[in-house]
Design a binder for this molecule. Structure first.
Ligand SMILES: [Zn+2]
Length: 123
């Protein structure tokens, strides 16, 4: 072990000893991703759910639509590798299929309940 030069990363210039503000409970966005765009709004951290970037996080202005859309957009995560894309897409597709199945089953249950009430009424 060498002790001549310590490998400490430089700490923040001055520390406030009185209070430790260690959490911003309002948002789950990490501190370094708190980015203001030209609108002066904090660009929220979001996750892409569309091919080919499923699961890739980005910062995008909330004013991306409208008459005078803001073009602020920045990827947070590096491009997904081919395997990641393939896997992410397959998971999203599977999830959509399952949601559709659930919806169909709900409809079937409602229909069956209707039929049940009708049959009971006939007895
Ligand atoms: Zn903006």
């Amino acid at each position: 072990m060498s002790s001549s030069s310590s490998p400490h990363p430089p700490p923040s210039p001055h520390r406030r000893s009185s209070s430790t503000t260690m959490s911003n409970a309002r948002s789950s966005t990490p501190e370094h991703l708190n980015v203001l765009c030209a609108c002066g709004l904090r660009a929220p951290l979001r996750t892409a759910l569309t091919e080919p970037n499923v699961g890739r996080r980005f910062l995008g202005c909330v004013n991306y639509k409208g008459d005078n859309p803001c073009k602020f957009f920045d990827w947070v995560d590096p491009p997904t590798c081919d395997r990641g894309k393939e896997f992410g897409n397959s998971i999203v597709k599977k999830n959509m299929d399952l949601l559709k199945d659930v919806e169909d089953l709900h409809k079937q249950i409602i229909d069956l309940k209707k039929t049940e009430t009708e049959l009971k009424a006939e007895i």
